[in-house]
Write a protein that binds this ligand. Structure first.
Ligand code: AMP
Length: 282
């Protein structure tokens, strides 16, 4: 596995692979890798000749009072895990390389980014779509891998790729969970033992919603109220949102029908966790 810190070095390497007709898979991350990230690397390694992993904590997707400075890092362990999972190249740029002093260009996906996480993190998705565009331009992958864990991010990136005719395929991989159902996240490392225990309510609330829908419940309000009541039984939990939306528009729906996304963001203590469930309701 090669480690590249320079854009030029990475481009030279990848140009050679492309010239040799190799398919390039790309997995963008912020590091502190866990099994969720590794599942993306493994999928890419299966479906491509060369897998590039990027590790970059992108400052423009963090709001002013968010956890940019505390975001967990462990580069040595990340390198080991990435290699075992099948990465061929790790790209680790720094801030000076990614955002030159006069950087003035940003990518915005309108509409979809107003809902869910976009409502409480108004500048987040602009940061994500801008850095992902830059990384796509640097790596020029055939396929790029994202997790369903960040459901809105995956939908926004798919829209951007389609709208801007980016020549690559976006692959969305399933959520990898801990044994008790908690979705894996680098931010889980922030949780105290007690918060970690209480955080299992998020998956339980999603599962309860699923089971009520399977039993015939079609009122979004009823399901949302039930989920909120469940989450509020945990003293460490503060709800940012529990939403039931159309997967296509990310707008709230009243009657459950078609492809829906049940998504939530909850602070456990100071740690903001997200999770979601996709369902097709007939
Ligand atoms: P991050 O490092 O948090 O920016 O995540 C990098 C990529 O890994 C994103 O596409 C995430 O959606 C994906 N990811 C994070 N956690 C999980 C998980 N538990 N299961 C599957 N994919 C995940």
């Amino acid at each position: 596995m090669q480690v590249c810190q320079e854009i030029k070095k990475l481009r030279n390497l990848l140009d050679q692979y492309r010239y040799d007709g190799k398919a390039i898979g790309f997995v963008p991350t912020m590091g502190y890798l866990h099994k969720g990230h590794l599942s993306l690397i493994e999928s890419s390694a299966k479906e491509n000749d060369i897998t590039v992993l990027s590790i970059y904590i992108n400052p423009t997707q963090f709001g002013p009072n968010e956890d940019l400075d505390q975001y967990p890092r462990d580069l040595e362990n990340d390198k080991k895990l990435a290699e075992e999972a099948g990465a061929d190249i790790i790209f680790i740029p720094d801030n000076e390389m990614m955002y030159k002093t006069h950087h003035a260009t940003f990518v915005n996906v309108n509409g979809l980014t107003n809902h869910l996480c976009g409502a409480s993190r108004p500048t987040h998705f602009e940061g994500v779509t801008t850095i992902v565009t830059k990384l796509f331009n640097i790596v020029q992958p055939n396929r790029a891998y994202f997790g369903q864990k960040d459901a809105q991010q995956a939908i926004v990136i798919k829209r951007m790729v389609e709208d801007l005719n980016m020549p690559l395929k976006v692959v969305v991989c399933p959520i990898v969970r801990e044994k008790d159902g908690l979705a894996m996240s680098s931010r889980n490392a922030y949780l105290s033992k007690e918060e970690r225990k209480q955080a299992t309510i998020l998956y339980k609330a999603l599962q309860e919603a699923k089971s009520r829908i399977e039993q015939g419940q079609r009122s979004a309000t009823e399901i949302r109220d039930l989920m909120e009541q469940m989450i509020q039984t945990q003293p460490a939990a503060t709800i940012d949102y529990v939403s039931i939306v159309s997967e296509k528009t990310l707008e709230d729906i009243d009657v459950l029908e078609g492809k829906i996304l049940i998504a939530l963001a909850v602070k456990m203590g100071k740690t903001r966790l997200i999770d979601n469930l996709r369902l097709e309701v007939n």
